[in-house]
Design a protein around this ligand. Structure first.
Ligand SMILES: Cc1cc2nc3c(=O)[nH]c(=O)nc-3n(C[C@H](O)[C@H](O)[C@H](O)COP(=O)(O)OP(=O)(O)OC[C@H]3O[C@@H](n4cnc5c(N)ncnc54)[C@H](O)[C@@H]3O)c2cc1C
Length: 415
């Protein structure tokens, strides 16, 4: 009885650990010939941290990441729209962690290899297609040398990201990714963090924004590895049909728009000038779909619901998927009933979250603020604190990390 997983990213590896926890045999097939620490920063919300702690990964998170203390939104330079504590400082039972995506993926990989053995993760194995035969599913793979091989299993979990082949087989006509016209330039720079030792800071408006937060604890000089994203909506929009997380970029492409973003508490040109590397990525997601299952195949993570990253939800929701699916398998075994239960619990709320992210997610408040400014209101008049508070509370509820609900809820996987 085996579960096959296509994709050894965050969701695929977290799912392998969940399978180990519930006593199911699993094998992960990753297209890359070697899993390298790619990507820059991501945030893991308390609803994902609870699951990672249950998987015994607290120490790993502390070694590579840092607890978020604050979330702060500024309307351009100096005008706070909203600041709030995060994680345990906000009364959650679990912290919010900021981590380097690649380092986190390597920690998951190490844990999988230690617990399940080296053979549990097969690299250079790209899923091409699947087929059902009797009560089983056959996954067909290819490698970089062009060789093909197949593997039979009881379930196939598509954790193969935004360009998922599993999803493509389920939805051959889905078309290209959906782009909102914005580009994000991303990097990490060693510098003193703004505000607290770990504030998630977002500065700007609807046309232009800068986001930064540390992904490591402070070093002895009081500096950290600061993850940053400069986001612009270019005027000369072209079609984006693909998206590559590893596309290198130059600061000159966007910095002319941020040159005077030097405030007494945040110096954007200085941060960007210290970048160890810069990558660009379009603001893309995929349209929600009505099913994540096809017989014995099921989608999780970005393969199921790639969404805009401004809510810090990609990795978090991928991890929660793995736990809901694990709980369903524990209850119903390696069956289509398990997949149906997972889909019934996750698909509706996560598709709604995807659409909220498309509507700018937690920064959607800026839309109303800019509307009021265009009507002649002053900034102080345009920012309605009660409205922002309500908006933020609704967002957390939708994203599954409303504090009181989460603190009071039962663990997803009962062991
Ligand atoms: C290289 C990379 C860098 C990223 N950087 C960032 C970042 O800086 N910030 C951010 O917010 N998000 C980033 N992401 C996306 C983020 O990791 C996801 O949104 C989130 O963690 C959900 O994870 P996932 O496992 O569903 O997808 P992913 O993390 O994208 O993992 C998918 C995995 O599947 C593998 N794969 C793809 N196709 C196949 C196939 N046909 N067969 C087998 N394996 C396949 C990929 O190589 C990858 O390892 C990055 C993703 C990747 C792959």
């Amino acid at each position: 009885m085996t579960i096959l997983v296509a994709g050894g990213g965050i969701a695929g590896l977290a799912f392998a650990l969940t399978c180990h926890e519930i006593g199911e045999e699993v094998q992960v097939f990753e297209a890359a010939s070697e899993i390298k620490p790619l990507g820059v920063g991501i945030n893991l919300q308390p609803n994902a941290i609870r699951e990672l702690y249950q998987l015994g990964l607290e120490q790993d998170l502390r070694e590579i990441g840092t607890e978020a203390e604050e979330w702060a939104l500024f309307y351009y330079g100096a005008h706070p729209v909203w600041t709030e504590p995060r994680g345990t400082l906000a009364g959650y039972n679990w912290p919010q962690f900021s981590v380097h995506r690649g380092q986190f993926q390597l920690k998951l990989l190490t844990a999988v290899r230690e617990r399940l053995g080296d053979a549990a993760v097969i690299s250079d194995a790209s899923l091409v297609r699947y087929e059902h035969i009797d009560d089983q599913i056959i996954a067909h793979f290819t490698n970089a040398a062009g060789e093909s091989f197949s593997k039979k299993g009881d379930l196939l979990v598509g954790a193969d990201g935004i360009h998922s082949n599993v999803r493509h087989q389920m939805y051959p006509d889905q078309g290209s990714v959906h782009w909102n016209g914005a580009i994000m330039w991303r990097g990490v720079s060693r510098c003193v963090p703004p505000r607290t030792k770990n504030s998630f800071v977002m500065v700007g408006g609807m046309e232009q924004r800068f986001v930064c937060y540390p992904v490591e604890p402070l070093d002895k000089n009081g500096e950290t590895l600061l993850n940053w994203i400069a986001e612009l909506r270019p005027q000369d929009q072209q079609e984006v049909n693909q998206s590559d997380w590893n596309k290198p970029a130059q600061a000159a492409t966007f910095m002319h728009k941020f040159q005077d973003w030097r405030f007494d508490w945040l110096d954007v040109p200085e941060i960007v000038s210290r970048a160890e590397g810069i990558w660009e990525y379009p603001m893309v997601d995929r349209d929600p779909v009505e099913r994540w299952t096809d017989g014995r195949a099921v989608l999780i993570g970005d393969a199921a619901h790639a969404m805009y990253p401004h809510g810090s939800n990609g990795a978090t929701q991928g991890i929660v998927d793995t736990r809901v699916l694990g709980a369903a398998i524990k209850e119903h075994g390696l069956s289509t009933a398990a997949l149906a239960q997972y889909e019934a619990r996750q698909l509706g709320p996560i598709n709604e979250l995807l659409m909220r992210a498309r509507g700018e997610g937690p920064i959607g408040v800026l839309i109303d603020i800019e509307k009021r400014l265009s009507e002649g209101k002053t900034l102080a008049e345009a920012i309605d604190r009660h409205e922002v508070e309500t908006f933020m509370a609704r967002y957390k509820q939708a994203a599954g990390f409303d504090r009181d609900t989460l603190n009071a809820s039962q663990q997803i996987v009962q062991v």
